[in-house]
Design a protein around this ligand. Structure first.
Ligand code: CA
Length: 224
């Protein structure tokens, strides 16, 4: 699970980052709203924890900007103010939960676990692209009604491409998401897995769904 923490108080940020890492999360930290927004747009997170009062761009603006661009990543606001108007404003702007400072770390952890269990509200149970069907509940894949056996990594790769249908994903983004690694040096791993995945989901007489975008990466869509 990957978390983006946007918090300008250095001590708080490093305390939270350490705690979250100890609990098994991968954590990136941004210290102002602009950097936070940039990271949130560049990378994929399971959750964004964002302080309301931030330099350059406040937490409200960060999340509303993300929502405007269609990004539905779960957002947990940290606010020092407990005003009702703040909560209403935040919920309208797309916050999923609130935590009022000061809070105990265990309280934050409980909130995170509840949110991640719930997941984004719009998460579908199946993904369908042309005659390719992905059953996310049972981790099964069908093409034209025929079951396809995939390894866990191939499945993750296919789900990533399908969730972001029509969007070209770079090898770096894919490596980061599927292997949880930043490797610019060995993105060949991605190519190898794409090749294997294609050989399974695209038989010679079937429509091509996974396309190579030269110099950019890969995209899954019906037409290119
Ligand atoms: Ca702050």
């Amino acid at each position: 699970m990957k978390i983006l923490l946007v918090e300008d108080e250095i001590k708080t940020a490093s305390y939270l980052q350490r705690g979250l890492r100890e609990n098994g999360f991968v954590v990136d930290v941004a210290y102002d709203g602009e950097d936070g927004l940039h990271l949130a747009q560049e990378r994929i997170y399971d959750l964004i924890i964002v302080d309301v009062m931030l330099p350059h761009r406040d937490g409200w603006s960060l999340i509303s900007e993300l929502r405007r661009s269609g990004n539905q990543t779960l957002a947990l606001f940290l606010t020092a103010r407990d005003a009702l108007s703040d909560r209403i404003k935040g919920l309208e702007l797309g916050a999923d939960a609130y935590l009022v400072k000061p809070f105990a770390f265990s309280e934050l952890l409980a909130n995170i676990r509840t949110l991640l269990r719930r997941g984004p509200a719009r998460q579908p149970e199946t993904l369908q692209i042309h005659d390719l069907k992905i059953d996310l509940i049972h981790s099964r894949v069908f093409r034209a009604g025929r079951r396809i056996d995939l390894t866990p990594k191939e499945f993750q790769l296919l789900v990533l491409l399908a969730r972001r249908k029509g969007e070209t994903l770079s090898r770096t983004v894919i490596a980061d998401q599927v292997w949880d690694m930043n490797f610019d040096s060995d993105t060949n791993v991605v190519d190898v897995h794409i090749r294997r995945l294609r050989s399974k989901v695209e038989l010679p007489d079937q429509k091509k769904l996974i396309h190579t975008v030269r110099g950019m990466g890969y995209v899954l869509e019906e037409e290119l």
